[in-house]
Design a protein around this ligand. Structure first.
Ligand code: NAP
Length: 325
C-alpha cells in the first residue's frame, strides 16, 4: 500500500509518499480500506518530536493518523460484530495516513449514511475530546455558560456544538470575524475576537461580571490564565492543549478564593481508562439524528501530507483538514 511515512522527525518536508507492506488483521482485528484520515494538531508535534502525550514514544519509521474512515476489507477470525463491506470510523494509536490499517474491531464504530467519508473521519478525536472534557470531566449542565476557545479549531468547532447540545450558553473566541460568524451558525451565542478585544474583559462584560461556569482551553499560555480568571465561583476549567506553545502562570489565589477546579484531559489517557468507544457510538447516533454537523475545511490527497500540515500550522482553517488516500 501507499502511505505518508516519516523516517526522520522534522518539518513538513518529513513525509515520504511511498510503498510499505500491507498490514495484516489479527484475530480480533479488522482490515480497513482507508477512505479519509483526519489531521489533528497533535500530529504536528509528533512529526517534529515535540509532542509529550501518551503516544509520544512512537518508533521510526512513523505513519501518523489517529482517526480514519473507511470500508472493512477483511475481519479476523474472532470478530463477530463487524462485516466485510461495512463503513466505519476507527481510532488508532498511529497509522492513519495510509491506504490500509489493521485495527482492533473494538476500535471501530459504524457511521450514519448522512456523513461522507471525509466528514466521518473528521469526527472521532475532536468530538470525543470535547465530549469528555465538557460533559464528563467538567460536568457542564443545562443553563450554565461555557467558554469554548478557538472556534476555528476542530476541538472548538466540536465543543461549541456539544455545549449547545448540553443546553449551555456558549461564548467562543477566534482570530477573525468570519470564523465567529461561522461559529454563530453552529450555535455559539457570543463571540470574542481575541485579535481585537481583551478576552477576559469581554467575557466578564458578556456575563455581567459573573464569569463562566466551564472553560475549555486548548490554547494555553496567557489564554489559559484568562480562562481561569473568567470562571465564576465553583467554575471548572479543562485544559486539553497548548496550541500557543507558551508557559502559563496560575494565580493560586483565584483558585481557592473562588473554589475553582482545574482539570487536565487527554483522550489518550481516557483510552487507557476505557469507555471511549461507546461514547463515539453515541456521538455518531447524534450525527444520524442531525444534532451535530461535521465541518471539513479542506481535503488534500494523501500524497500532499506536507502541504496539508503546512496549511494546518498556518491556522486559517475553520474545522477539520482531511487527507484522502
Ligand atoms: N487533550 C486531547 O486529547 C486533545 C485532543 C485533540 C486536540 N487537542 C489539543 O487541542 C487543541 C486544538 O486541537 P485541534 O486539532 O482542534 O487544532 P486545530 O484544528 O489545528 O486548530 C487550529 C485553530 O487553532 C486556533 N489557534 C489558536 N491559537 C493558535 C496559534 N497560536 N496558532 C495556530 N492556531 C491557533 C485557530 O483558530 P481560531 O482562529 O478560531 O482561534 C486555528 O484555526 C490543540 O492544542 C491540540 O493539541 C487535545
Amino acid at each position: 500500500m501507499k502511505a505518508a511515512v516519516i523516517h526522520e522527525l522534522g518539518t513538513e518536508e518529513a513525509f515520504h509518499y511511498e510503498d510499505v507492506e500491507d498490514p495484516q488483521a489479527g484475530p480480533r482485528q479488522v482490515l480497513v480500506r482507508i477512505k479519509a484520515a483526519s489531521i489533528n494538531r497533535g500530529d504536528l508535534g509528533r512529526r517534529e518530536g515535540s509532542y509529550r502525550g501518551v503516544t509520544a514514544a512512537a518508533k521510526l519509521p512513523l505513519i501518523l493518523g489517529w482517526d480514519v474512515s473507511g470500508v472493512i476489507e477483511s475481519v479476523g477470525e474472532e470478530v463477530r460484530d463487524r462485516r466485510v463491506g461495512q463503513k466505519v470510523v476507527a481510532t488508532l494509536a498511529s497509522g492513519g495516513y495510509a491506504e490500509l490499517a489493521a485495527v482492533s474491531a473494538r476500535g471501530t464504530v459504524p457511521f450514519p449514511d448522512t456523513l461522507s467519508f471525509e466528514e466521518a473521519a473528521s469526527v472521532p478525536i475532536v468530538f470525543l475530546t470535547s465530549w469528555f472534557a465538557l460533559l464528563k470531566v467538567a460536568g457542564l449542565q443545562e443553563g450554565e455558560t461555557a467558554l469554548v476557545h478557538s472556534a476555528g479549531s476542530g476541538v472548538g468547532m466540536a465543543g461549541i456544538q456539544i455545549a449547545k447540545y448540553a443546553g449551555a450558553r456558549v461564548i467562543t473566541t477566534s482570530s477573525s470575524g468570519d470564523k465567529l460568524d461561522r461559529a454563530r451558525e453552529l450555535g455559539a451565542d457570543d463571540g470574542v475576537n481575541y485579535r481585537q478585544e481583551d478576552v477576559l474583559d469581554r467575557v466578564m462584560a458578556l456575563t455581567e461580571g459573573g464569569g463562566v461556569n466551564v472553560a475549555l482551553d486548548g490554547v494555553g499560555g496567557e489564554n489559559l490564565a484568562a480562562s481561569i480568571a473568567s470562571l465564576a465561583p465553583l467554575g471548572r476549567l479543562v485544559t486539553v492543549g497548548n496550541t500557543s506553545e507558551s508557559p502559563t502562570t496560575i494565580d493560586s489565589g483565584l483558585l481557592f478564593q473562588k473554589t475553582l477546579t482545574v482539570h487536565g484531559f487527554t483522550l489518550a489517557g481516557q483510552m487507557v481508562r476505557g469507555g471511549v468507544m461507546p461514547e463515539l457510538a453515541r456521538i455518531m447516533d447524534l450525527f444520524g439524528e442531525g444534532k451535530f454537523r461535521a465541518i471539513v475545511d479542506r481535503v488534500f490527497p494523501l500524497r500532499q501530507a506536507s502541504e496539508a500540515h503546512r496549511y494546518v500550522s498556518e491556522g486559517g482553517q475553520f474545522g477539520k483538514v482531511v487527507l484522502r488516500p
